[in-house]
Design a protein around this ligand. Structure first.
Ligand code: ADP
Ligand code: F6P
Ligand code: MG
Length: 322
């Protein structure tokens, strides 16, 4: 079947670079002679039939913007078989034969369900969490890591002046990648992630010794999936009162702001790839990047596997932060 009309939506937690991905889908689609539609507010907008035609100008001046011009939503109704059938019917009624979903693992499940109902779908990894299998990186992750590193640079200044320790809680849901990559890039002494067991006695003792040996500050970065910053600080104080931990929860700041060039380029490549793959007859596939090569994987496979944690990087960060 030849694809003529495609639609694009952004879903789940937004991420920096989603706009660049939408722009790439729209402009590539038009370049290849397709009609392109935008769906407002993710699967919720699909169920509300909030679908509109997009042209070259509708994605002008957005490559540099965080957030998503298509907006995002979490939609309970779409979790039900009835909701999914309704979504597929709306797309069919409008003659839309291809759908690009930009979102995280939850959104991938939704795309997977629509494919089983006969809609050609492509899923793009749009999440800061970097928790999607079969792609080395997700759109927004690099920007998020940059934001965390920038915050830690600032914290270092004031922590050094007062010889304190800084506990920085970062996002990532069940994935420790933001903590890992930001921790390595900022020279954090301790990186606490859900993927690796940790011993608070050992962490407190090492921090105490480091101060005794002349370190002027200590940075502990904790992924939200492993616990809260407040909890870590409490446990440290119970073991060593002199550590003087100060907690910073970076929160949704990690999800905003202008996307880095790496995220914009990743989004542009993946958006264009998704369109070309739909045209070539592929469906029910996740687009990703592995060792800088664009790859296509069955969504089934992606949603049924857990992203592997990079233990080598984790060990490197530990070796370099002594
Ligand atoms: P993310 O895509 O960032 O992981 P969510 O997990 O909130 O974010 O998922 C986004 C949306 O995808 C949900 O609100 C829901 O509409 C849809 N979704 C999530 N899981 C499923 C599922 N198992 N089946 C169908 N749709 C789903
Ligand atoms: O999935 C992206 C993410 O920012 C996670 O890192 C975080 O746990 C969650 O979304 C926060 O969700 P909400 O935007 O609903 O507060
Ligand atoms: Mg998710």
């Amino acid at each position: 079947m030849t694809i003529k009309k495609i639609a694009v939506l952004t879903s789940g937690g937004d991420s920096q670079g989603m706009n660049a991905a939408v722009r790439a889908v729209v402009r590539s689609g038009l370049y290849y002679g397709l009609e392109v539609y935008g769906i407002q507010r993710g699967y919720q907008g699909l169920l509300n039939d909030d679908i509109f035609s997009m042209d070259l100008r509708s994605v002008g001046d957005i490559i540099q913007r965080g957030g998503t011009v298509l907006q995002s939503a979490r939609c309970k109704e779409f979790m039900t078989p009835e909701g999914q059938q309704k979504g597929a019917d709306i797309l069919r009624k409008r003659g839309i034969d291809g759908l690009v979903v930009i979102g995280g693992d939850g959104s991938y499940h939704g795309a997977n369900k629509l494919s089983k109902l006969g809609i050609n779908t492509m899923a793009l990894p749009g999440t800061i969490d970097n928790d999607i299998s079969y792609t080395d990186f997700t759109i927004g992750f690099d920007t998020s890591v940059s934001i965390v590193v920038d915050a830690i640079n600032k914290l270092r200044d004031t922590m050094s002046s007062h010889e304190r320790s800084s506990i920085v809680e970062v996002m990532g849901r069940h994935c420790g990648d933001i903590a890992l990559y930001a921790g390595l890039a900022s020279g954090a002494e301790t990186i606490i992630v859900p993927e690796v067991p940790f011993d608070m006695d050992e962490i407190a003792e090492r921090m105490e010794q480091n101060f005794a040996h002349g370190k002027r500050h200590s940075i502990v970065i904790v992924a939200e999936g492993a616990g809260t910053g407040e909890d870590v600080a409490k446990q440290l104080v119970e073991r060593c009162a002199t550590l003087e931990p100060r907690v910073t929860v970076l929160g949704h700041i990690q999800r905003g702001g202008t996307p880095t060039p790496a995220d914009r380029n990743l989004a542009s490549r993946l958006g264009d790839f998704a369109v070309r793959m739909l045209i070539s007859g592929e469906s029910d596939k996740a687009c990703g990047i592995i060792r800088n090569e664009l790859v296509l994987t069955d969504i089934d496979k992606v949603v049924n596997s857990k992203k592997e944690f990079n233990v080598e990087l984790y060990e490197l960060a530990a070796r370099l932060s002594q």
